[in-house]
Design a protein around this ligand. Sequence first.
Ligand code: ADP
Ligand code: MG
Length: 496
Amino acid sequence: MSGARLLEGATGPWEVVIGLEIHAQVTSRAKLFSGAATAFGAEPNSQVSLVDAAMPGMLPVVNDKCVEQAVRTGLGLNARINLRSVFDRKNYFYPDLPQGYQISQFSQPIVGEGVVEVDLDDGQVREVGIERVHLEQDAGKSLHDQHPARTYVDLNRSGVALMEIVSKPDLRSAAEAGAYVRKVRSILRYLGTCDGNMEQGSLRADVNVSVRRPGADLGTRCEIKNVNSVRFLQSAIEYESRRQIEILETGGEIVQQTRLFDPGQGVTRTMRSKEEAHDYRYFPDPDLLPLVLTQAYVDGIRATLPELPDAKKQRFGDEYGVPGELAAVLVAERESAAYFEAMVAETARLTGKAAAAVAGDCANVIATDLFGHMNREGHGITESPISPQALAGLQALKLDGTISGRMAKEVFEEMYAGGKSAADIVDEKGLRQVSDTGELEAIIDRVLAANPKQLAQYRGGKEALFGFFVGQVMKATGGSANPGVVNEILNRRLAE
Ligand code: ADP
Ligand code: MG
């Protein structure tokens, strides 16, 4: 991702402005106002209490766990926690909303303004403002594909707790919006407040997009509803911003609209316009008291927060000297950060070197070799066939000169495929690197004696021939000579 934040149109540059409303399902065994279960994939309508089905006379009772999770999330997003918040009814009709309203928070949300640091691919860090986070119920689901002529309703999701995380319109490109979603997801996973699983719908986003001339006031926005993958989000923004620029450049006007992204075609389409917009007639839910928290309660939750990705990234820099971009990759998931630290500790122990002296190398092996393989196969680090201790074993053999970097790559492939230890593979394949000075001196003498013409040319000033001699030594040792030692001896002998 580059720092470039402008799109070139036919009539000059445009700035894209994006604000996201992320709906994150709260990790909780029970729903926001009932004791019904929330597990994914259950039989339709098997997790529905009388409250969720909106039976007359049922009373909602707020689930403390969901409140705690929202506060935790607010703290993780560096946001203000509102000690007093209010649940409102948002009224609308939909077949999968039996209450006829959704309980949400409108004018007094539980979490106020915050800020998220977003790591861009080029190592830049951008601050994105959080407007608010509120708690609300999810609706049920209409199933249109079960019967040719009928629609069924599954109320399993009805009443499940969602956190709506509303950003300020601070994002300026599809790439930034993608990085923002990944960062928020990473923070939620660290906190354990949402599993972030976009395929299962635990995290989805409404995407607000507008364009303007650089420096101008905010333009009219369109909102793309319910986008459920980072890739779709980016395609939707790219398409939508181009669509708006084209309209404006040909003298048209943007009409505020709700749109849907069609992943098959890669386009957004009108769903409803502002004129048909709902009037939700929000009012405080008379069945629920205002939610009042104490500062001590909030402080108690703050005390249980884990080290979050930004702090970890900073520490990886301070403690191990890992550069920011690489550190950002390692800390994106708690499990990979833990993998890295375990590998560093074991490598340091095996080699007797300081952790900071081996950490950079470990970070590179994880980010390039290990992640390279895992990503290709769509696996997370928890599924790695190589443990951090085993990878440290390989790293130690490389660092103490037993094997070369090239050999280490070969051993890595075998470890990844077969689960054998680095030492066993090195033994089996006879991969030891020749670092013995006496042995190499003898080989180098033979090489020099066998190539008198090149030797004379080199001494006559043709220094490019150095590589030729290194190549000959490597050939004579079947590629097993330690390149560092070869260079050193060759330099000395050629200078004689
Ligand atoms: P609503 O509740 O009608 O969707 P909000 O004012 O709460 O409206 O804004 C929702 C989202 O839209 C926020 O994430 C905000 O950052 C974003 N937003 C507001 N104005 C613009 C704009 N002109 N361009 C892009 N995004 C915007
Ligand atoms: Mg909105």
